[in-house]
Design a protein around this ligand. Structure first.
Ligand SMILES: [Zn+2]
Ligand SMILES: [Zn+2]
Length: 488
């Protein structure tokens, strides 16, 4: 059980407690009381000491038996005595003055994040876990033969991580000077994002996860046989993704020189947005999700029998999208060369705004949402029995809205006449009156009224009579005089 020492109980604890093996120092302990405790001959009994956030602590005494020490956020701590031969766990995060932490030969775990004075961590034969993030002056990490986990992101002066044959997990994001990672044959997870000097990563047979975003000097990805996840977004110098037999997830957005992705048999997710030189989407029978927005050089997409989500917005050269049997979401906005939307009965969401070569939407029995505004040539929307939302303003050639039985929300051109839609609730942002309140503003009968987009309701016949009265003048809503360019 951990005993907390406070300004009130310190004498009592020193004099009367039987065993002082596990001690916590209250963070408000006075300088004088800290000195009394550290000079006490009972210090040798301590196995575990927690003096977190004790700003009065500047030195720690020699504690012959201590195994576990936590002095996180001791801002004034200058030194921990050497030769603490039993010390196995040291947590000294945020001790900005501390610099001598390489002297405990039996240390197993070391947490020294944000220790700004530390320059080297070396010669710890038993160290397994090292967390040294944002040690901005750390220059050397060496001779740690047992290390399995090294997390050192933000160590901006570190140049090399080498000869760690037991290392399994290396996380070294934003080590801007790091140019060498070598002899680390057992790494499973390597995250070295933003290591902008790193020109090469070694062949590591066991690697499963590699995240090397914005390693702008990196020229190639080795043929890792077990790699499952690769994120190399922003690696401007990579021109090919090689054959990676086990890869499930590939994220390679903004790889400006990437030209070719090899066929990857296990791939389930591919994100390659803004790869402006990429010429192909690989053939991957298990692909489930594909995001290839703004890939200006892609001319065609392969048949993907298991794809459920496709986002190929602004792929300005694509003329054709295959009939993908499991697709539920298709987003192909601004695909200006696309002429036809494929007939895909599983499709639930279709967003194809600014597709200026599309004339019609095909029959899609399961479609729930259709976003097709700014389609300059769109003339026809069929009866879509499951459509719930339709967003189609600024389609100047669209002639009419069909009677959509399940439509609840409609945004459309101001000039269109809307047929009776039994479930419609919102029209151009306005709440539509309930069915029984929908009466013709001319004859006051309540069945089968059409809506103007100014949200006034009329019978078609009553409206035609009104247009006759207007003669050749501009056709307007008889109620609010809003212009209607729809011709009858
Ligand atoms: Zn009427
Ligand atoms: Zn009106």
């Amino acid at each position: 059980m951990m005993i907390e020492i406070t300004n009130q109980n310190i004498q009592d604890v020193i004099e009367n407690t039987e065993i002082l093996s596990s001690i916590k120092l209250n963070k408000n302990l006075s300088t004088q009381n800290i000195s009394i405790f550290f000079k006490s001959d009972r210090i040798g009994e301590i196995i575990e000491l927690d003096c977190q956030s004790c700003s009065s602590v500047t030195f720690l005494p020699f504690m012959s038996n201590i195994k576990k020490l936590c002095c996180d956020s001791c801002f004034n701590l200058v030194a921990i005595p050497p030769l603490l031969t039993n010390l196995e766990t040291l947590s000294c995060n945020k001790c900005p003055l501390l610099n001598n932490i390489s002297e405990y030969c039996n240390l197993v775990e070391l947490y020294c994040n944000l220790c700004e004075s530390v320059t080297k961590i070396c010669d710890l034969p038993n160290l397994k876990y090292l967390y040294s993030g944002d040690c901005i002056n750390l220059l050397l990490v060496n001779n740690l033969p047992s290390l399995t986990i090294l997390h050192c992101p933000g160590c901006v002066r570190l140049q090399s991580i080498a000869n760690m044959i037991n290392l399994v997990d290396l996380y070294c994001d934003q080590c801007f000077q790091l140019y060498n990672i070598s002899n680390v044959p057992n790494i499973v997870s390597l995250k070295c994002n933003d290591c902008s000097r790193l020109a090469e990563i070694p062949y590591i047979p066991k690697l499963i996860i590699l995240s090397c975003e914005y390693c702008i000097d990196l020229h190639s990805i080795p043929l890792y046989p077990k790699l499952r996840t690769l994120n190399c977004s922003g690696c401007m110098n990579i021109d090919i993704i090689p054959y990676l037999a086990s890869l499930n997830i590939l994220i390679c957005n903004e790889c400006g020189y990437l030209k070719y992705i090899t066929d990857l048999p296990r791939l389930t997710r591919l994100e390659c947005n803004q790869c402006i030189r990429l010429e192909n989407i690989p053939t991957s029978p298990n692909l489930d999700v594909l995001y290839c927005n703004s890939c200006f050089s892609i001319k065609s997409l392969p048949y993907m029998s298991n794809l459920t989500i496709l986002k190929c917005n602004q792929c300005t050269q694509i003329e054709y999208i295959p009939e993908l049997p499991k697709l539920t979401i298709l987003s192909c906005n601004s695909c200006v060369m696309l002429k036809v939307i494929p007939v895909i009965s599983s499709l639930k969401t279709l967003s194809c705004y600014k597709c200026n070569n599309i004339y019609s939407i095909p029959s899609l029995p399961n479609l729930n949402d259709l976003i097709c505004y700014n389609c300059n040539k769109l003339e026809y929307i069929p009866d879509l029995p499951n459509l719930e939302t339709l967003n189609c303003p600024e389609c100047p050639t669209l002639l009419s809205i069909p009677v959509l039985q399940k439509l609840t929300k409609l945004t459309c051109d101001r000039t269109l006449l809307i047929p009776p839609l039994p479930k419609l609730k919102i029209l151009n942002g306005y709440i539509v009156p309930t069915l029984s309140d929908q009466e013709c503003a001319i004859c006051y009968e309540i069945d089968n009224v059409y809506f103007t987009s100014c949200n006034h309701s009329f019978h078609i016949e009553c409206l035609k009579r009104w247009f006759l009265v207007l003669g050749g003048r501009t056709q307007t809503c008889p109620y609010c005089r809003c212009e209607l360019t729809h011709k009858y």
